[in-house]
Design a protein around this ligand. Sequence first.
Ligand SMILES: [Zn+2]
Length: 381
Amino acid sequence: MDEQNTNAPRVDAEEILDGIRQWVEIETPTHDGEAVNRLADVVEESMRSLGALIERTPGRDGFGDILKTRTPWGGDGPGILVLSHLDTVHPTGSLEEYNPWRREGDSVFGPGIYDMKAGAYLAYYAYQHLVRSGRETPLPVTFVYVPEEEIGSPTSRAFIEAEARKHKYVLVTEPAREGGKIVTGRKGVGRFAAVARGVAAHSGSRHADGRSAIKEIARLILAVEGMTDYERGVTTNVGLVSGGTGVNVVPHECRVDIDLRIPTPELAAEYQERILGLTAHDPDVELTVTGAINRPPYQKDAGIQSLFDHAKAVCAEVGFELKDMHTGGGSDGCFTAALGIPTLDGLGADGVGAHAQHEQIYFSSLEPRAKMWIRLLETLR
Ligand SMILES: [Zn+2]
């Protein structure tokens, strides 16, 4: 195939994999800001050597920095925002302990390779390809790398939203799924904590004086789990529980952490109110419920549909059929879609095992995805 034929750029999947390996071998657990910054340094240097404009915002609360790079062309107008995260859920040592870099058939393993270092690298590679080929995109492209997406982007959310407002489109490098499908809708996510405070007492001699916080929370767990409504697409999960001080003590405190997933802003408001409105059953127990929706639902609106149609046409040109889907998992794409900026998510590599010990990508997805990225950046206007 001729490099002049811009409809099907020539890409080298082995070269892409070498680059992904470099990023994966720098382990970046979210809570280790210094580790995440080591990868940010590498990305920054690579981008700088390709002429990109660099802006780095120091991290807060122990998290890594926010790295923003922009094409030197295209001016200051609204362009394409490419959104990636450099952190992973895997602790330092995972490469050695349970998921060493290895290739088995079409699968390539490594902690965080699928979520989302391969995807972040694919978008970077597209930029590198454009620079090397001496081509510019009609729109300027801004790449933003955040350090703490895996815990809900507490220190980068405002930055992401401010950037998104300055752009026409948002492309998110989260992993593809189920045979390369991209994501055009996500449920919103709420996180809540409920703490019950009762009265401690000796379980043998003073039982009647006690007010069990665990008993109170046991009722609450059933109430919260009972809010799950598959028909309306709402799920609740009490994922963590802790309480009590000893088997012979009526427990004075108990806490649960609750995960809520909702498909629409209306249901988000309704369920947030229901959860925050939970009250204690036992009048002698104090119940405090805190929390909120932390990622709004991402719904496929007309702008997203037309951006998807464009991406589908681009993929047909480079030789594959692009499909989309909705998922229950949140991402930073939720923030940008909720602002009404057309957002496509799940544009990273295909694979399996996000957050799991067997996390892997499919090598065969790298070439078509790289071509898709190059052509998307080149054709959006
Ligand atoms: Zn991710």
